[in-house]
Design a binder for this molecule. Structure first.
Ligand SMILES: Cc1cc2nc3c(=O)[nH]c(=O)nc-3n(C[C@H](O)[C@H](O)[C@H](O)COP(=O)(O)OP(=O)(O)OC[C@H]3O[C@@H](n4cnc5c(N)ncnc54)[C@H](O)[C@@H]3O)c2cc1C
Length: 515
């Protein structure tokens, strides 16, 4: 079989692009097949009547000085073209009981929280100190999978593990609920610090805002917004000789004798390659592109047990309101129209009420005026919303358009309490349901960050290797997890797995020739 490419990558999300950039930089012949007409996956913008909206990624961590991305950008040879601007405060919280501003500076974060919950002052201090210790340990770990780190790093890890293991493993398998209960009594404080974690969620799911404050590491991108990132990666990838096919939906991963040999594109074209990297949804990769019959039973059983992360509904509005004049500064607003005393209460689709859900309100054009016509602004309001609300069994609900409009109107109505005049000043309105996210990126049910991170999941490492030889994964469905910095690292890891495997094959064939 003639190999056309060394590596074919399925998907031009940030995970696929970072992987391709490193592979092409090292001189490999690489092709990225992307089903949509542009790069970036979730990391994109779209335009409506002069307004530029961002459906998913808004904020970035690890992009500041000494952040993990500095080293990654150097490794990939990316020019320092993008201006990453620090964002402080990281969010404003509005609830029926209190209002609070959370800083990206941990001392201010702690001070403001303690003033609001004075009886919990000591517990807040203890909780934050504990996170400071954990962040120090995590920072010292290589965010590379065990499969690609050097022997020296493995020894370092073993040493660190013996020294610091008890501190980290204390939280192994612990839910957010268990950890927050062990520190705090006030139900409102626990609700606030759960930051949207569900019953059974790993404590890690509610740690991000505290970790960002400890590291002082929270950024947004000026001018073009987040789309500048995939554009920069793609330009550099092409400069290294990498190729990309848009509107190229991969329907099948070609496997022979247990090894990936290439992909088949919709329409039947087959592309041969030495390696395949999937940046797409893990479920689709194994279920549809390979087929469970080619995979070990145990692996399939594990896969079938996994849950996906919750999807969102986002309402976008282009408004002729002077939001800055109204007192907004561009910080993310988390609005809780209702706050139950029990954040761990399980609500099925039946009990779902969008008017009680937490709304993440973003007004990007305040900081980034290029995103809206002069004197006008963009508003995007996102809330976790069940996928099943829009479906009828395996099909799209016949009431899809009606339900979508109903939810959009309710979100608009609820947000009026934060942005007065929103409905009457919306010149442009658009909405994305979980099905829209799924259609645009092929993430199953519009999953926000790949697999759901349960406390059980925390104790398992999501391998980038697969049971199929020469097939690896890159992106938020695999190690180290979701969010832009993590998927960039994941792509780099996947490229390193290819280098490692190629090196091994060269040594083996050399040894074979010698015998
Ligand atoms: C509403 C929302 C808000 C978010 N906010 C933030 C944030 O503020 N900051 C942050 O860091 N992260 C945020 N995230 C998470 C972040 O967007 C993701 O973790 C990250 O973008 C995932 O990147 P990826 O490369 O793994 O995959 P994706 O971005 O999903 O890209 C996968 C690509 O593969 C393509 N593809 C899939 N299957 C195929 C196939 N069969 N053939 C060809 N192409 C295929 C898709 O079209 C897509 O382009 C948010 C996510 C959502 C949904």
């Amino acid at each position: 079989m003639k190999t056309e490419y060394d590596v074919v990558i399925i998907g031009a999300g940030m995970g696929g692009l970072s992987c391709g950039t490193l592979l092409a930089k090292k001189g490999l012949r690489v092709l990225i097949c992307e089903q949509s007409s542009k790069p970036g996956g979730y990391c994109v913008n779209f335009k409506r009547h002069g307004f530029t909206f961002t459906p998913a990624v808004h904020y970035l961590n690890e992009f500041g000085p000494q952040g993990q991305m500095e080293e990654a950008f150097q490794l990939l040879g990316l020019p320092p073209e993008i201006e990453f601007c620090p964002q402080d405060p990281q969010r404003r919280i509005i609830t029926p009981y209190f209002q609070l501003t959370l800083s990206t500076d941990i001392d201010r974060f702690e001070g403001d929280l303690s003033r609001l919950f004075p009886k919990e002052r000591l517990s807040i201090h203890a909780y934050i100190e504990e996170w400071k210790r954990l962040v120090k340990i995590i920072e010292d770990l290589p965010l590379r999978s065990l499969e690609v780190i050097s022997l020296k790093e493995k020894f370092h890890l073993l040493y660190k593990g013996m020294l610091k293991g008890p501190q980290i493993f204390r939280y192994r398998g612990k839910t957010a609920e268990e950890v927050l209960n062990s520190f705090f009594k006030d139900p409102l404080l626990k609700y606030l610090l759960s930051f949207g974690a569900r019953k059974g969620s790993s404590i890690l799911t509610c740690a991000s805002p505290i970790m960002w404050a400890i590291k002082g590491n929270f950024y947004y991108i000026k001018d073009k917004g987040v789309e500048a990132l995939p554009q920069l990666f793609l330009r550099q990838y092409k400069a290294y000789g990498g190729e990309i096919s848009f509107n190229a939906l991969v329907k099948k991963i070609v496997i022979e004798k247990g090894q990936a040999q290439g992909v088949q594109i919709e329409g039947g074209e087959e592309i041969q390659s030495g390696y395949v990297i999937s940046n797409g949804d893990s479920h689709a990769t194994f279920h549809s592109l390979i087929g469970y019959d080619l995979l070990p039973d145990r692996f399939v059983r594990e896969l079938q047990k996994k849950e996906i992360s919750a999807p969102t509904f986002t309402l976008y509005a282009g408004v002729d309101l002077d939001l800055a004049q109204m007192g907004f500064d561009g910080a993310l607003v988390h609005y809780y129209p209702a706050m139950s005393k029990n954040p761990w209460e399980e609500k099925g689709v039946e009990g779902f009420d969008i008017e009680k859900e937490k709304m993440a309100i973003r007004m990007d054009s305040i900081k980034n005026p290029m995103l809206a016509p002069r004197g006008k602004h963009t508003v995007a309001i996102a809330a976790f919303t069940p996928y099943a609300l829009f479906t009828d069994g395996a099909k799209i609900s016949p009431r899809y358009a009606e339900i979508k409009e109903e939810i959009a109107q309710k979100i608009m109505g609820v947000t009026e309490k934060v942005i007065s005049g929103l409905s009457s000043h919306a010149m442009v309105r658009h909405a994305s349901t979980p099905l829209t996210y799924e259609r645009e990126t092929l993430n199953m049910h519009g999953a926000t960050m790949g697999w759901y991170l349960s406390a059980k999941e925390f104790s398992r490492i999501r391998s980038q290797k697969t049971p199929i030889a020469h097939l690896y994964q890159a992106g938020h469905w695999t190690f180290p997890g979701g969010g832009i910095p993590m998927v960039i690292l994941s792509g780099i890891n996947a490229a390193k797995l290819v280098f490692k495997s190629m090196k091994k094959s060269t040594i083996n064939s050399f040894a074979g020739n010698m015998t």
